[in-house]
Design a protein around this ligand. Structure first.
Ligand SMILES: Cc1cc2nc3c(=O)[nH]c(=O)nc-3n(C[C@H](O)[C@H](O)[C@H](O)COP(=O)(O)OP(=O)(O)OC[C@H]3O[C@@H](n4cnc5c(N)ncnc54)[C@H](O)[C@@H]3O)c2cc1C
Length: 375
């Protein structure tokens, strides 16, 4: 055991909550500080795959995610005229017990993770962050924006792609970069026939998808080039998404009619980046998007975060000392994360520049082969 008895996690998102539960299961005292006043996430969906469920299963939460979401095994590709191009056979990762894909709403996933942290009695300090973190060599002293102070054996920065902890450790040197694309999403009712993910390709610069989330709902996403990283006024979001869905025939044409409420549309510009090893400076270490921020083209950002949570928890409980634990953590996580971050980025670049010669199915095959290996 790495002599780590007390841990602070900055950020109560997918990676932070997973790490807290993993550490608590190993009887390591942990608390979370989360800057949002209320622990909540925006309403659209997330696509996860077998390796995510496998990692979540190690925290005892996979069955709950399965019950809350919509499992499916493959996806179908169409052109903008709704002609079928090809169907992707299922690729099972993690182990054979899980479906290839699971669509679920972000609030459903968040509730499962939050309930697990609450049931474990993990303190979650909301509406606060750190104001100062000082590594004293044998401990880390933290001052919080709500006036508290604390002393920890380790601080974990799980504060997302725009991580303040990363900025504290490394400045902006390894900050994720805008990729040139943005993603538009909106939840809509799911017709009974929509049982798999369906992608519509062929519009320059992007892809549209319909993804089942529950028996009642699915979401439409549209990923496309957004030159200059524009910002959009909230009241324009439905009109802007509808503009981008123009020209698609078939189910997307029908869904477009349902996109009327700007409050239901979420737009996010895409950033990607990978921090080179090591991922710690002394007793402060990074996890999740803070250190491996990938675009959603492989649907693997959440899986990377939860896998990293599982591996870091294991190492902190089992390695002989802290330096070894943190070195093992990055060694076990780096290549997998690199393949996802770079592979996802390459697919986005290919959407914007289809003549770049990228063999997308071959790329998926290589990365999924890596992700199918044990953690
Ligand atoms: C458009 C889009 C679509 C995506 N779709 C998918 C998908 O389909 N499948 C998938 O697997 N992944 C997807 N992802 C990626 C996935 O959401 C992330 O990889 C995942 O959320 C990373 O988890 P995290 O815990 O590192 O960060 P987050 O989940 O972002 O959590 C970070 C938390 O830290 C908090 N925080 C930030 N700064 C501070 C601070 N200073 N102090 C305290 N708290 C702080 C934030 O409020 C937040 O709660 C998508 C991403 C985008 C942008």
């Amino acid at each position: 055991m790495a002599n780590v008895a007390r841990v602070l996690i900055v950020g109560g998102g997918i990676g932070g909550l997973a790490t807290a539960v993993g550490l608590q299961q190993r009887r390591i005292d942990v608390e979370i500080v989360e800057k949002m006043e209320r622990s909540e996430v925006y309403h659209v969906g997330i696509i996860v795959q077998g390796n995510f469920l496998h990692a979540l299963g190690k925290l005892g939460l996979a069955e709950k995610a399965m019950a809350a979401g919509f499992p499916y095994d493959g996806f179908h590709n169409y052109d903008t005229e709704n002609n079928h191009l090809f169907s992707q056979p299922p690729i099972y990762m993690g182990d054979g017990d899980f479906p290839a894909f699971l669509g679920l709403t972000r609030p459903a996933l968040h509730k499962i993770q939050l309930d697990a942290a609450k049931d474990a009695g993990i303190p979650l300090h909301l509406g606060a962050s750190f104001s100062k973190i000082e590594d004293k060599g044998d401990s880390v002293e933290v001052a919080f924006t709500d006036g508290r102070i604390g002393k920890y054996d380790l601080v974990i920065g799980a504060d997302g792609w725009n991580s303040d902890v990363r900025r504290l450790l490394m400045g902006d040197e390894h900050a994720p970069q805008y990729t040139g694309q943005g993603v538009w999403r909106c939840n809509v009712p799911r017709p009974e026939s929509m049982k798999d993910m369906t992608l519509y390709r062929g519009k320059p610069g992007g892809t549209t998808g319909l993804v089942p989330l529950t028996k009642e709902t699915m979401y439409v996403f549209h990923v496309c080039g957004e030159p200059g990283n524009p910002r959009f006024a909230p009241e324009t979001l439905a009109d802007e998404l509808c503009k981008r869905l123009e020209g698609y025939k078939g189910p997307v044409e029908a869904v477009r009619e349902l996109v009327t409420d700007p409050l239901q549309v979420v737009y996010r510009p895409l950033y990607a980046g990978l921090v080179p090893a090591p991922w710690n400076r002394g007793r402060i270490v990074l996890l999740g998007d803070a250190v491996h921020s990938s675009t959603p083209h492989m649907g693997q950002g959440a899986a990377l975060a939860v896998e990293s949570a599982v591996v870091l928890s294991e190492e902190l409980a089992e390695a002989p000392d802290l330096d070894t634990a943190l070195a093992n953590y990055v060694n076990r996580r780096f290549e997998r994360s690199k393949q996802v971050v770079e592979g996802s980025r390459a697919i986005g670049d290919h959407e914007m520049n289809p003549n770049d010669g990228l063999d997308v199915p071959a790329l998926f095959g290589r990365v999924y082969q890596t992700l199918s290996q044990p953690l």
